[in-house]
Design a protein around this ligand. Structure first.
Ligand SMILES: [Fe+2]
Ligand SMILES: [Fe+2]
Length: 300
């Protein structure tokens, strides 16, 4: 498969243009809409037949030097296991199918990354053992909210890497389906949260809201710990931050934030307009921008 056919295959699967009935959050129609969004926009690309473009020496060296590859492969491996484990316990056949698709795509990301590192001669450390989570809902939520944070910044960094020429155009195009897949995953996840909290028994709801809060606190704690380790050359979950240092070296933080916001909107605009969008991370970015001054470069 050529990179451009991977992208156009995806575009053919976009459903945003079709007029659709409105629904109430938590209704069976809502469940159908967010599951169908994921299933109908699935891109059937095969990692084994993706062409990895030959890179000039400088571009290859920049890619190899990014300190993210071990953690990126491990993150995808863990995400696959966590999403698949949650999927095992789902009774509703459509939701189960969609969550299984999500898990399949995480496993495929791991394949894509493994092929990429092999194609460019990047050495990986041996992977740790992936442990089946004891609380599948917790792990599914940690994975989902992590993706809401990481994907938002990845959208901007990916575009910045294209603009600055950090990555050559062909490599950006080859990787594009993976980035768009994360946009679908986070839209699916926030709608699952909205649906799940409205359909669970009333007595479970306070426990669930506490769990949401605990997940956010856990992720903040994890990222603060990570920020401390970045200076010590430790590869960690915060590859968006590490990536920002490398890819966005020539970009002001405020400009990068604006690119993240516009890329987030652009990617979400391809997907079912009735579904509520991930809002927490974009809102925090908008809030932070209020203290960062005027744009130095155009963000679109
Ligand atoms: Fe992924
Ligand atoms: Fe994902």
């Amino acid at each position: 498969m050529s990179p451009s056919s991977a992208v156009s295959d995806f575009a053919a699967g976009d459903k945003a243009a079709q007029p659709q009935e409105p629904f109430r959050l938590g209704s069976p129609q809502h469940l159908t809409a967010f599951c169908r969004m994921l299933l109908d926009t699935h891109n059937p690309y095969k990692p084994a037949v993706m062409d990895w473009p030959k890179l000039e020496k400088d571009a290859r060296n920049r890619l190899v030097a990014l300190p993210i590859w071990d953690i990126a492969v491990q993150t995808e491996g863990r995400a696959r296991l966590h999403v698949a484990t949650y999927g095992n316990g789902i009774a509703d056949p459509l939701l189960k199918k969609a969550v299984e698709m999500n898990a399949f795509e995480e496993g495929r990301h791991k394949h894509v990354l493994s092929n990429l590192v092999r194609a460019y001669g990047i050495e990986l450390k041996p992977e740790p053992e992936y442990i089946v989570p004891k609380d599948p809902e917790w792990s599914f939520m940690v994975t989902g909210y992590s993706e809401c944070i990481d994907s938002f910044f990845a959208f901007g960094l990916f575009d910045a890497a294209k603009r600055t020429g950090f990555f050559p155009e062909e490599l950006v195009e080859t990787f594009e389906p993976v980035i768009q897949e994360e946009a679908r995953h986070i839209l699916f996840f926030v709608n699952w949260v909205a649906w799940h909290r409205r359909t669970m028994p009333w007595w479970r709801r306070p426990y669930f809201e506490l769990k949401v809060l605990r997940v956010w606190l856990f992720l903040i704690w994890e990222r603060i710990g990570i920020a401390r380790d970045v200076g010590h050359g430790v590869q960690d979950n915060n590859f968006t931050m590490t990536g920002a240092k490398q890819v966005g070296a020539d970009i002001e933080v405020s400009d990068l934030m604006r690119i993240c916001l516009s890329e987030n909107d652009r990617r979400m605009a391809r997907l079912d307009a009735r579904l509520p969008r991930p809002s927490t991370v974009p809102a925090l970015a908008r809030f932070a921008l209020r203290f960062m001054g005027k744009p130095k470069k155009a963000a679109s």
